[in-house]
Design a protein around this ligand. Structure first.
Ligand code: LHQ
Length: 265
């Protein structure tokens, strides 16, 4: 099968973990419309699938995602604004709104909108050789796909501006220091280590994590008063759920809680 015949997104599910792999390795998984629309559709399908508890997004080959495929932009019938509204923005909104944890497993270089994608996960795991470049200014564009919103919240305005203006490459050790990732893992067994991390996350209480993600997302733009009100509302939903009863019962019985139950048919 030639690369042009291969699916642009590979999907695999194991132990409640759905791994979506960007699959244009010859171009460092640079994004065309098919890749972006297909990734968004796969994420929505994962959200609707009761057997999926965690989603991992990663890249095939030596890159994570080199951003927009620059061979695929000339002569298109969409404006930049339409293009973003059609492809990248729904993707980032879907990740941030997904009712399940999303791990971005950054296996190699993440550039441009690929950097935004790398940052957009709930958990960001990097291989030791991974790197991130806010490359947009190299082609005199504005950072998009959420980078202008997220990066300054992670590193502050000034470092964000410097990274965007100079397009310097951030390597894994600095990424960990700056808070761009949660863990740096060895290259050799990166995929296995990501799977092990994701499987551990998949044993956690899915309903409580969904509400936690909702609360944290809202808190990114809310006041303390609003956050306190939302916590009080969501805590009721969590407290009424069987997961809470199981957690308390397990604590009293001095055993590990069992948060994974077969879904009713
Ligand atoms: C690529 C790409 C690529 C095509 C590597 N496209 N082939 C949104 C809406 C509308 C319009 C525009 O943009 C956006 C958002 C954006 O994402 S803008 C930013 C677009 N991305 C870039 O400008 C990144 C361009 N790539 C690079 O700067 C480098 O390739 C990086 C730093 C990512 C990696 O460098 P190297 O490790 O030295 O690899 P390489 O440059 O040799 O690339 C390997 C191959 O991948 C090569 O093809 P070839 O046939 O020569 O082996 C590249 O042409 C291809 N490739 N990025 N974005």
């Amino acid at each position: 099968m030639s690369q042009s015949d291969s699916p642009v997104i590979l999907s695999r599910t194991h132990a409640g973990v759905r791994t979506l792999t960007l699959n244009r390795p010859d171009k460092l998984n640079a994004a065309n419309d098919a890749l972006l629309l297909s990734l968004t559709a796969e994420l929505r399908a994962a959200d609707a699938d009761a057997g999926v508890r965690v989603v991992v997004i990663t890249g095939a080959g030596r890159g994570f995602c080199a951003g927009q495929d620059l061979g695929d932009v000339s002569g298109r019938d969409m404006t930049f604004t339409e293009h973003l509204n059609h492809t990248y923005n729904p993707l980032i909104r879907t990740i941030r709104g997904l009712g399940k944890p999303v791990i971005t497993a950054v296996n190699g270089v993440a550039a441009g909108a690929g950097a935004s994608l790398a940052l957009s996960g709930d958990i960001r795991l990097w291989a030791q050789s991974a790197s991130l470049i806010e490359v947009f200014s190299n082609i005199a564009l504005v950072p998009d796909s959420g980078s202008t919103w997220l990066l300054p919240r992670l590193v502050g305005y000034h470092r964000a501006f410097a990274l965007m203006a100079l397009a310097d490459r951030v390597r894994a050790d600095d990424a960990l220091k700056y808070g761009l990732c949660e863990e740096v893992l060895a290259d050799e067994d990166f995929a296995d280590a990501v799977q092990a991390y994701a499987e551990r996350l998949a044993t956690r209480p899915a309903h409580a994590l969904k509400l936690t993600k909702q609360a944290l997302n809202a808190a990114m733009t809310s006041t303390l008063d609003q956050a306190l009100d939302l916590e009080a509302e969501l805590q009721q939903l969590a407290g009424d759920h069987w997961e809470h009863e199981e957690g308390v019962t397990a604590f009293k019985a001095k055993r590990a809680p069992e948060f994974v139950r077969p879904e009713p048919a």
